[in-house]
Structure formats: structure tokens, C-alpha cells
Design a protein around this ligand. Structure first.
Ligand code: MN
Length: 562
């Protein structure tokens, strides 16, 4: 069924309304391929429909580009389709702002960011459908864009699909990206493997009737019997392990038998082995012992007619679907590997989340209303972190409560030190503004600016605190802003006065920077101006007391910090 069929059957549905709305919004716009832009929206909705997504997701899929690429406002979407759909469309638009340019260390950050931003999983499903269609039509873009988008797909979106258990989507995305990222390797594969694919496939085609007949004769219901050609991208990885020797890759093309029940799997395996002798050590029972990622199937390699080796995979329909589109089971395994860096608490939360996903997945088989569960499934395992973007689309991972100043210091200490203001999503904000996931943060700087002491009252990362403190220290040591104090003493003229004042000051561990004296009232009084090297009020006041107590005939004593 296509989205057009869906609308024909449900002409008054939300999906039909979204279809017309998106059609009008994109009217006149063309894609790089020259076809109407709206075709892309329909293609995305078709993909979502093939994944059995709910009506709201289908409608949001049709509308996913209207905020970004047309004059449509958030208000209009809210008014016509409600808050839920606005949330989904807005979420997908936000994801569109992230750009990945191939720095491996940043990939994990970015995947986390995407999950954190997509508090509703359906946002990710729409984004994946969008990416799948864009990859299928990537040849129309410029070389530069092709490379960047293919890399982003391979390192960000394919792993996300994999983590959600969408194995075949993940594989398709990698395969679509492969020729753009590794053009030479791809050419090599085409040249060296294509013919092998074809000869193997035509060989297997001859074998299928023999196998089918044997299975039916033994009362095994065969639901499906087809070929599975190994994907380019995974074939290439395997070839690297086998000295690029294609003869060693038995599963270049595999036969796949789908049967109704688990006992049928073992019965079918026995029949296969009666037909052709199995290769020792190549029988794998992933039903009794599923792969760590949850994969279930029986595998065997047999020596077929003309001594050719054939890999045969046997599984139930249920296993097949789970392997292709199961959810998250693999994730636990993969996650444990780098969970050490994440700390136990977070991992617990993630596992809970995966448990929920699995429950949903199990429920889905016999309960149609379970899509409600998906709707309310919120991802909150990165609650204590926020993920924000630079204007270029790089992702920064900061603790909750971070401000633009924290952001600035995480970019570079110089950016922090010279920060004078900040824009968040194009609007000026105060420097103590609390950033939220998805914010695009731009720091305004001015040369030779220094951090201000009150930043310390609102920054929350230690990197920012440390840099501010050390910059303030430097400022006090080397800059001439309040750095000395003038003490003024009026007293009766006295030969010992200068000596006495000096010794009291020096004994209190101050340095005298200058000492000026003038006589007044025909020399009966003298005014002394002494500059010392401190601005510490508390210490200076103690000094003043000492001077008052120890000097004779004082008329007046005062100080000012200059
Ligand atoms: Mn799009």
C-alpha cells in the first residue's frame, strides 16, 4: 500500500489533510533532480507507512520539510494539526541543523545528541525515512555534499538504525553510502565480484527446485525460499579479513529458507544434510544460542552439486522479522562495551529504556493499539546532559544548567575570556541564560576583553570556573586597575616622622611605591602621601590603626584605593 492508497481509503484523515497542506506549501519548489519537491515528502511518508507507523507520524512525515523550506509557521501547523504534530515536525527540523563532518570522536556525541533531542522516538523514525530517501537520490547533489552526507549517514544514521534494531535499514543506508565514501573500493568490488554474484545466483537458482521438492516431500511447509546477496559494505569488510579472496566467502549469496515453527527449522536442516554433505564445523545453531545481538537462525554450509559450497540459513518468519526490524536487543550488547565511560547510573536508565522498547516490540505482535505506547515513550536517559550546537552545526555535550559562558570556554579558553555576549537561536540572551538541548549558540567576542568576576556565580562547568579564576588572577597581577593605595597622613612636623611611618609600613609587609612630603602652615605641619602596593581593604585598615597608635601628633589620617 502507498500513501496515496491510504488517502484514497481515508479521505478525511489527518494524513489526507497533511498531504494537501504539504502539497500547497511546496508548490513550485523543485528538487535538484528537477522533480517537484513534494515527491520527496510523499516518498518519506511511503517509507514510514512501510514501517507501519501511526497516522501522526505519517502526517508529520508529509510535513517534515515545511518549517525549514517553506513560509509555513509553527502557529499554522499547530492550528491545523495540533501540538503533537508540530512537536514532531519541529523535532525533525532541529535534527536537520546538525552537520557532521567526519571527526570520529564527535560521532558518538552526535548520536547521543540526536537521541536527546528526539524525546519522542517518532522524530528519529521520520528523520531516518528522510535520510533513506535522500540517500536514494544522492546522485543529483554536488560531489562535496555527496561525500559529507554519505559520511554522516554511515557514521551517524546507520548506527542509530542499528541500535533501534532496524538491521536491514542500517545495512541499506551503509550500502547506499559505500560508493560515495569508498569510490575506488566500490569500483574494485563491481569489477571483481559482480560476475561472481551472477554465477552464484544462477547456480543457486538451479538448486532451489531440488531443495523445495525434498522439503515438501517431508511435509515441511516452506513459507519462503530465496537468496540473500551479501551487502557491498559488509562484503568489503569481510574480504579485508580474507585477503580479498572471494572464493573464501561462502555466503556471498546465501539460500534462505523460512518455515513456520522452530521444530520445522531443525527438520529442514536434517533434510538439507541428507541432500548434500555439510562442511564440518560450519553448522551454527543461533536458535539455541542466539548471537549476542539477538540474531536467531540456523546456518550451515554444504557441498552442493559440482562440489560448490552453499551457505543455507533456516529460520521462522518471526525470527526473520525480528532480525530485520527487531528493536534494541543488539544495543545492550554494543552498549556494554563502552558503558564503562558512561557510569552505572546512566546505563541502568538506558537498559530500562531498552526493556520498554522490547516490551513494546513483543506487544506489537498481538495488539494493534500498542502504538499508543510508542507515542508516550519518552527518551530521558540523557536527562543530566544537554547537547547544543555551534552555528556550524558541531555538537557540544554539556552538563544541565550550562550557560553561554560555559559553552564559550568549551570552545576555547580565548573565546571564553573575550566573550561579551551571546545569541541563542539568533536572539541575544543574557550570559547567565540556561541553555537547552538543541539550542544553537553563537558567542560574541571582543578583543582584549577579560572575564568578569560575577561569571563565577553562574557558570557550572569546572573548565569555565578554572579559566575565569586564572584570567582574573592575571588581571590583578599585571593590569593597572585598582592595584595600589594612597595613605595620607597630616601630622606635626617631626624629624623622625618619615622614618617612623616607613618602618611601620614595611613591618606590616607592604611595599612603598612612593613617599611624598610637603610642609604647610610655615612648616609646623607636614602632609605625607604614601603609595603602597596593596588594595586589600582589611589589611590596609589594620595598618591605619597601627599608624594611629604608634605615631605622635597625628592630625589626620586617611586612605584611598587608586
Ligand atoms: Mn526532507
Amino acid at each position: 500500500m502507498t500513501i496515496k492508497d491510504f488517502i484514497r481509503n481515508n479521505p478525511n484523515s489527518l494524513v489526507a489533510l497533511a498531504y494537501n497542506f504539504a502539497f500547497n506549501a511546496h508548490l513550485g519548489q523543485k528538487r535538484k533532480s528537477g522533480e517537484p519537491y513534494f515527491n520527496h515528502c510523499v516518498a518519506v511518508a511511503d517509507i514510514l507507512l512501510s514501517w507501519n507507523m501511526d497516522d501522526e507520524t505519517l502526517a508529520a512525515g508529509l510535513l517534515h520539510d515545511v518549517l525549514e523550506d517553506t513560509k509555513t509557521t509553527q502557529e499554522q501547523i499547530k492550528k491545523n494539526f495540533g501540538e503533537q504534530i508540530l512537536f514532531l515536525v519541529d523535532g525533525v527540523s532541529k535534527l536537520g541543523k546538525i552537520k557532521y563532518r567526519g571527526i570520529k570522536q564527535k560521532a558518538e556525541n552526535m548520536r547521543k545528541f540526536i537521541f536527546a533531542l528526539s524525546t519522542d522516538l517518532r522524530v528519529i523514525f521520520i528523520k531516518l525515512a528522510d535520510r533513506l530517501h535522500n540517500m536514494r537520490t544522492l546522485n543529483f547533489l554536488s560531489k562535496d555534499k555527496q561525500k559529507r552526507i554519505a559520511l554522516e549517514t554511515d557514521e551517524i544514521y546507520a548506527p542509530i538504525a542499528y541500535r533501534l534494531g532496524m538491521q536491514s535499514l542500517s545495512g541499506e543506508l551503509q550500502d547506499l553510502a559505500f560508493p560515495y565514501i569508498y569510490p575506488d573500493e566500490y569500483k574494485w568490488l563491481i569489477k571483481n565480484v559482480k560476475e561472481k554474484y551472477e554465477t552464484r545466483t544462477s547456480y543457486l537458482k538451479k538448486i532451489v527446485p531440488i531443495l523445495k521438492e525434498a522439503l515438501i516431500k517431508n511435509n515441511i511447509k516452506v513459507l519462503n525460499l530465496d537468496f540473500r546477496a551479501k551487502r557491498w559494505s559488509s562484503l568489503y569488510k569481510k574480504l579485508l579479513l580474507y585477503d580479498m579472496d572471494i572464493e573464501k566467502i561462502y555466503d556471498l549469496v546465501a539460500l534462505r529458507i523460512i518455515v513456520p515453527e522452530i521444530p520445522d527449522c531443525y527438520a529442514a536442516l536434517g533434510i538439507v544434510h541428507e541432500l548434500w554433505p555439510p562442511l564440518p564445523g560450519r553448522i551454527k545453531d543461533y536458535i539455541a544460542m542466539p548471537k549476542p545481538n539477538g540474531y536467531k537462525s540456523l546456518h550451515t554450509t554444504v557441498i552442493g552439486p559440482n562440489d560448490k559450497k552453499i551457505e543455507i540459513q533456516i529460520r521462522t518468519k518471526e525470527m526473520h522479522e525480528e532480525n530485520e526490524f527487531g528493536i534494541a536487543a543488539h544495543w545492550i550488547y554494543k552498549y556494554k562495551k563502552y558503558a564503562k565511560n558512561l557510569g552505572g547510573v546512566k546505563l541502568e536508565k538506558e537498559l530500562d529504556w531498552i526493556k520498554q522498547l522490547n516490551e513494546w516490540q513483543n506487544k506489537k505482535q498481538n495488539d494493534d493499539s500498542s502504538f499508543d505506547f510508542l507515542k508516550y515513550l519518552k527518551i530521558d536517559f540523557f536527562k543530566d546532559r544537554i547537547f547544543v550546537l555551534t552555528p556550524k552545526g558541531d555538537v557540544l555535550d554539556l552538563p544541565n544548567g550550562s550557560t553561554p559562558v560555559d559553552f564559550a570556554y568549551h570552545i576555547h579558553s580565548e573565546v571564553g575570556n573575550s566573550c561579551v555576549g551571546a545569541k541563542v537561536n539568533d536572539k541575544i540572551v543574557p550570559l547567565n541564560y540556561k541553555l537547552k538541548s538543541g539550542d544553537i549558540v553563537e558567542i560574541l567576542t571582543q578583543k582584549n576583553k577579560k572575564p568578569s568576576e560575577d561569571w563565577l556565580s553562574f557558570v557550572c562547568t569546572s573548565i569555565a570556573k578554572d579559566h575565569i579564576k586564572s584570567a582574573l588572577k592575571q588581571k590583578n597581577n599585571f593590569k593597572n586597575l585598582p592595584s595600589k593605595t594612597e595613605i595620607r597622613i597630616v601630622a606635626l612636623s617631626n624629624k623622625e616622622l618619615i622614618k617612623n611611618i616607613s618602618s611601620i609600613i614595611l613591618r606590616s609587609h607592604f611595599n612603598i611605591l612612593s613617599f611624598k612630603t610637603e610642609d604647610v602652615y610655615s612648616k609646623s605641619y607636614q602632609i605625607n602621601r604614601i603609595e603602597i602596593d596593596s588594595t586589600n581593604k582589611e589589611k590596609i585598615e589594620k595598618l591605619i590603626l597601627k599608624l594611629k597608635d604608634n605615631l605622635k601628633d597625628i592630625k589626620e589620617i586617611s586612605y584611598k584605593i587608586i
